[in-house]
Design a protein. Structure first.
Lengths: 209, 209
């Protein structure tokens, strides 16, 4: 098996300057070691206001954010993370529970006025709504991770958690369904002690017909 | 309900210049009207080589791309798209079936050498692998859409299709599971005749605890 190495030649096919390609993708790492510097609500809102424009099916935009700042809230969240992630939640400048909202359809009359009647027809279809919400919110998580980096922030996404317990702890009233948790802040040094892992090459990951 | 409008004030919290924030998110649209200009394999490989660095759980990177170019292949794909998307597949410079590979675990000894034994323990867990593949490939679809725009390309993602039929048509041998189809090219004018739809504001989409 051939794997691209980290020194693979860069290309001139991008409209993005090299330094921004590095910032958003090439040099960005999953960070677990942060400085003490705070992340403000204004910064998070700016990131959201950038990435909210990313496309979703029927403009459902079902991603929701639970911003966990308070000491008590951090401890409630940490209790439902897998063991290796608990201390990370307690120590990160801010943690965000990224969730999908199966109640997205209530916003469709405003978000997708060209799909008249969609909100009503989806109302009884709870399972279909949950699936649509999850699929499209995951696309938005991809946009959001890029957006955090575009704001100069480091992101540490973590899937190791008891999602059902987090939903019961925080989302009993609004029905949001947690997807993953991302720690956000400024990287301390490289922000991680793991070496950069390789990726599959284009020829390994694609076929042409 | 209050919805952000398109003239909401821009912020100074981004490390990204305004023109690139526009290119990647703010001005980018879901495009269905393309020029005749070709999209080369080199361009698609450059996009992949940028976004392959985006994070996935355990570095599973399960997204796979079926690049549909040939006339016959286009017709086979179009037959399984919903009616409104058929002509789009036939006319786009190139269409890509974005798929998740439940067989991602076979690459883990190289991709995640720190998780020794993971490949073996996942081998019998087909359903868990399919779920992991889908979740993480959807994050990667988010990165890919941003990456196509970063290469100056326009993307037209489409979920309206018979995914099971596409899998039977193209993926009977490799077991990939299709997520959505994206048309790729250069936008003809605005690339769409739909007006820009609104989004939820940060205060609508988030809570702080």
């Amino acid at each position: 098996m051939t794997i691209d190495d980290l020194t693979a030649p860069r290309t001139d096919h991008l409209a993005l300057p090299e330094d921004l390609a590095d910032l958003l993708f090439r040099e960005a790492r999953t960070v677990s070691q942060f400085t003490d510097e705070d992340v403000t609500d204004e910064q998070l809102a700016a990131v959201y206001d950038l990435v909210k424009w990313g496309p979703t099916a029927i403009n459902t935009v079902p991603l929701r954010l639970l911003v966990v700042r308070g000491r008590d809230a951090r401890e409630r969240l940490a209790a439902h993370m897998s063991e290796g992630n608990r201390q990370r939640v307690l120590e990160a400048p801010v943690s965000i529970v990224l969730a999908a909202d199966p109640g997205f359809h209530r916003h469709l009359p405003v978000l997708a006025p060209h799909m008249a009647g969609m909100a009503e027809s989806l109302e009884p279809a709870a399972e279909q709504r949950a699936q649509m919400a999850r699929t499209n919110a995951l696309l938005q998580v991809g946009y959001l991770i890029v957006g955090l980096r575009a704001a100069g922030l480091a992101a540490g996404p973590m899937g190791g958690m008891d999602a059902a317990a987090i939903d019961a702890e925080f989302f009993a009233d609004n029905g949001w369904q947690s997807l993953l948790v991302v720690n956000v802040g400024y990287a301390e040094g490289a922000g991680t002690s793991y070496p950069r892992a390789p990726r599959l090459s284009y020829s390994q990951a694609s076929l042409t017909v």
